[in-house]
Design a protein around this ligand. Structure first.
Ligand code: UD1
Length: 422
């Protein structure tokens, strides 16, 4: 995803003030394909204005749905004319979650052809559980010659046992199963907040899904899904990134519009570091006072510490006195941001799946390249802490998942802007 701009950050300003979090990326990219299952027009609110959402608007339109979209506000989807069952290669490559069209189209019309998706390069991202899930529901499904394909003249539903906890395959099976002719049970399901949000969206249209948020989800297929208006939940990862930015810069930031309980794993780690975290009904205040302590982190499925926040958090740890150990258990190549931050003076060794971080007193601004979405967020954190100017190339990755990130950080006192590459 080449970007022709670069982001420039002059570090050193403590972030202070209040900032509003946007709607969730990971929930938006599941709920938008789910709108194709509706038999009437529906409305989705609180969608973030990010590239992944723009890509899904184009995909829905190419399939024949009528979409009225007010960026950053709401989307009306009228799926009644959507006759297509094939996503174009170009659009599928624009985001990882294009593979949700596999489940959504199978559920809608009994056929789906979706090019294997693009998205962030954070290690191998197999789709075997998605294919197995569709087969367990009674579909013919395969990954072949660059496509994920599934078809069924009638989809009975069935028991799905996942070999590992996977968010993507849990979503995909839910999408395919809501309009199956029979019952589906998903065992070893993911429990992330956006799984619950997707179930709430589908149930608001008349679907019958129980158990979302636990490891067993039961779905009784229905024939008809009616109109709904639904607002997606706030972005857990954006909230966390802003909390980390506050801690990293020695700041005092209140993130408004979030769901504090979704942030418990991060809040616990910040508290362990000596950062003050205060939860309110729909806001969190983060105050960094005094010296921070080194900590250890192991990424886990929800409600454990999220892999998506490992990258920004490990950036913060590069300046925390002492030795921190960060173990990444979900994606094997999720330390590439640390290679970049090393160029700023960080002392980091990566051994297998663990990064060993020796905190240094200071980072120095340097030219860096974002290699994926959350790596980009990590580089922003590093740039906000560093002495001097940090240049981040390929900021397009960051735009995939963070809405107006520079505006938000500037409103908190950061010196951050975008310029064309030299
Ligand atoms: C989702 C999130 C992403 C987050 C990740 C882990 C969305 C849109 N993306 O990604 O932000 O980083 O969860 O919390 O919600 N796996 C297989 N076979 C499969 C599917 C997955 O082996 O068929 C493995 C993966 O390689 C990985 C693990 O399962 O090691 C978890 O992956 P998964 O939860 O599916 O991640 P995504 O849905 O891609």
């Amino acid at each position: 995803m080449p970007g022709k701009d670069r982001m420039l950050i002059t570090g050193g300003n403590p972030l202070e003030g209040e900032v509003q979090v946007s709607g969730g990326k990971n929930t938006a990219v599941a709920v938008i394909p789910a709108s194709l299952l509706c038999d009437e027009p529906c409305t989705i609110e609180n969608l973030p204005d990010i590239e992944d959402v723009h890509a899904l608007v184009d995909i829905l339109r190419e399939l024949g749905a009528k979409v009225d979209y007010e960026p950053g506000k709401l989307m009306h989807v009228d799926p009644r004319g959507a006759e297509g069952d094939t996503v174009s290669y170009r659009n599928a490559q624009r985001l990882r979650a294009s593979y949700y069209l596999l489940g959504a189209l199978l559920g809608r019309c009994g056929r789906a052809n979706v090019p294997t998706p693009g998205g962030c390069d954070i290690g191998s991202r197999p789709v075997d559980q998605h294919i197995k899930g569709m087969q367990s529901l009674g579909a013919d499904a395969e990954e072949r010659r660059g496509f994920l394909r599934a078809s069924a003249s009638e989809l009975p539903g069935g028991d799905v046992f996942f070999d590992m906890v996977t968010v993507g395959a849990t979503v995909n099976v839910m999408l395919a199963a809501v309009k199956a002719s029979g019952k589906t049970t998903i065992y070893n399901a993911a429990k992330e907040p956006h799984i619950v949000d997707l179930a709430n969206f589908l149930n608001s249209m008349g679907a019958r899904i129980k158990g979302a948020g636990t490891d067993t989800i039961r779905i009784r297929g229905v024939q008809y899904l009616h109109s709904t208006t639904y607002a997606v939940i706030p972005d857990q990862i954006e909230t966390g990134t802003l909390m980390i930015a506050a801690a990293a810069t020695g700041g005092d930031v209140t993130v408004r519009g979030c769901i504090p309980t979704h942030m418990d794993a991060l809040s616990a780690k910040l508290l362990e570091m000596g950062v003050k975290v205060t939860d309110y009904d729909d806001a969190i205040r983060v105050r960094a006072v005094g010296q921070k302590r080194a900590i250890n982190i192991k990424t886990q499925v929800y409600p454990g510490f999220p892999t998506d926040l490992q990258q920004p958090m490990s950036a913060l740890l590069t300046t925390v006195k002492g030795t921190s150990f960060v173990e990444e258990t979900i994606f094997e190549q999720r330390f590439r941001h640390l290679d970049e931050i090393r160029r700023m003076g960080a002392q980091v060794r990566v051994m297998d799946r663990t990064a060993i971080i020796e905190g240094v007193p200071e980072l120095y601004g340097a030219p860096l390249t974002a290699t994926d979405l959350r790596a980009g967020a990590a580089l922003i954190i590093a740039g906000l802490m560093a002495r001097g100017v940090t240049e981040i190339y390929e900021p397009g990755y960051i735009d995939r998942g963070y809405e107006h990130i520079e505006d938000k950080l500037r409103s908190l006192g950061a010196e951050i802007r975008r310029e064309p590459e030299l």
